[in-house]
Design a protein around this ligand. Structure first.
Ligand code: ZN
Ligand code: ZN
Length: 467
């Protein structure tokens, strides 16, 4: 089991300003969290930070502090009342990197109290910062033992990953030319990341090809479709003899042929199934390469509920009788506290309903289309490889930008938009709709909910898990 924690960049910045205020004394705060639990990872999601005030600090120096018990009892009560988990955070202004022996003794006491006072299911934890860029965390179990968190994520305009151990494994020579561009640390970071790709078609197969060649550590690919004749013109790794083959098998075959060290996890089922979508919970980022609106609505919710950035792609060619009217493409980065795909107008309730019923109940769909409650079914859209590949490349570039900041500007706009037939590229933002889930703090980093994502899922009883 792996333990990790995710902060929003805005909250994290505020936290570090509070902890490192120039006084050179230990300072502390509490975080209230929700959890994303799975068989491989328990991920704490920080939703609120409560500073320990000067008033509640009985004594402090550069190596210790003493807090009035009413201060943490109050925070624990709030955690219990709001069904959240409790995390204790403090600074080590002298730069001692980890929890000290004194911390061990004091936290053991503190977390016994936490388990007595908080009835929320899940884990509590603590984080110590020796500097704003060096957080180290651990979780406390109910039986009084503790385990290290191996990763602290800070998600916002930039994606920061603080691993507990500095990666020192040698970088294979295959990556030499990109190490010359971004350096060994970025290469090692890529080798430790878990990236999910939803959809292994035109854009998806190009994204997968690039992520493997970049040396990403683990790749989860979700797609339930088989290759059709008309896919060969743009699906990387496919050939004319592969008609009827599962697209994920084509991806797996490509990965095996390339032979670099990416671990592949493939899920042969659309994300409209809960067991399929819930695989995304352990990812560090998601590439959205699906063109159905139901899939896109699920991905929007993954960014809101779990704080996992989604790089969603779209390409649209408008052509009348073989004459191009327009060719547009986009890469939209979905983040918690940023507008979702509904707010951006990329998906609508009617379109989501259509794509949901098209999979589960085509008869009812026809009826709803007649009554005007669902959008008409779409005919196969034009698709040409340079455009799908260009958008895939820009999505992968956007990930590198969010990791390293190589593009200009500290606050990258949420969308990169292309008008290929005009040779125009723009970055742009959008206003959120206040009534939407994406702007409602109840849903932001809500983590595990029952049902998953508070959505109604299609019946799985007749389906076999195929992984
Ligand atoms: Zn300490
Ligand atoms: Zn929204």
């Amino acid at each position: 089991m792996r333990y990790t924690i995710t902060f929003l960049e805005r909250e994290y910045r505020w936290l570090t300003q509070h902890l490192f205020d120039g006084s050179n004394r230990e300072k502390a705060a509490y975080a209230l969290c929700r959890i994303a639990a799975s068989g491989e990872e328990n991920r704490l999601l920080v939703r609120k930070i409560i500073p320990v005030t000067a008033e509640d600090t009985l004594d402090s120096s550069e190596v210790h502090m003493k807090i009035r018990s009413i201060s943490f009892i109050r925070a624990m009560k709030e955690a219990n009342d709001s069904k959240q988990l409790f995390v204790f955070i403090h600074s080590h202004p002298r730069g001692f990197l980890r929890h000290s022996e004194k911390d061990d003794a004091e936290e053991s006491e503190l977390f016994r109290t936490a388990y007595l006072r908080i009835r929320t299911q899940g884990l509590h934890g603590s984080v110590v910062l020796s500097s704003p860029d060096h957080p180290v965390g651990r979780v406390w179990m109910e039986n009084g033992t503790h385990a290290e968190m191996d990763l602290v994520r800070v998600i916002g305009d930039r994606f920061k990953f603080h691993f507990s151990s500095a990666g020192s494994e040698p970088v294979p020579e295959f990556f030499d030319r990109q190490v010359r561009a971004f350096g060994e640390d970025v290469q090692r970071l890529l080798q430790r990341l878990h990236v999910a790709v939803v959809g292994a078609g035109g854009t998806g197969s190009a994204v997968i090809e690039q992520l493997i060649r970049l040396g990403v550590g683990k790749l989860t690919i979700i797609d339930g479709e088989r290759l059709e004749k008309s896919n060969v013109n743009r699906v990387y790794g496919s050939g004319t003899d592969d008609e009827g083959m599962e697209k994920i098998e084509i991806a797996r075959r490509s990965a095996a042929r390339i032979g670099l060290s990416t671990r592949m996890e493939i899920v042969n089922s659309p994300i409209s199934y809960r067991f399929s979508a819930s695989r995304l919970k352990t990812a560090d980022f998601i590439f959205g390469c699906t063109d159905d609106q139901l899939g896109r609505s699920i991905l929007s919710n993954m960014a809101i509920y779990y704080g996992i950035p989604v790089l969603d792609m779209g390409v649209r060619i408008d052509s009348q009788e073989g004459v191009i009217r327009s060719i547009e493409g986009r890469v939209t980065t979905l983040l918690p506290e940023k507008p979702c795909l509904y707010c951006w107008g990329k998906i609508t309730p009617k379109g989501v309903l259509r794509d949901s019923l098209a999979q589960t109940d085509p008869q009812q769909l026809q009826e709803l289309i007649r009554q005007g409650y669902a959008d008409e079914l779409e005919t196969p859209a034009p698709a040409v490889i340079p455009f799908t590949s260009a958008i895939a490349s820009f999505a992968v570039m956007e990930l590198l930008n969010r990791l390293t900041g190589f593009m200009e500007g500290d606050e990258p706009e949420q969308e990169v938009w292309f008008r290929f037939d005009w040779s125009v590229i723009k970055r742009r933002n959008h206003e959120p709709d206040e009534r939407c889930r994406c702007g409602n703090s109840y849903f932001i980093l809500r983590g595990d909910a029952d049902p998953f994502l508070d959505l109604t899922w299609r019946n799985e009883s007749n389906e076999k898990k195929k992984v």
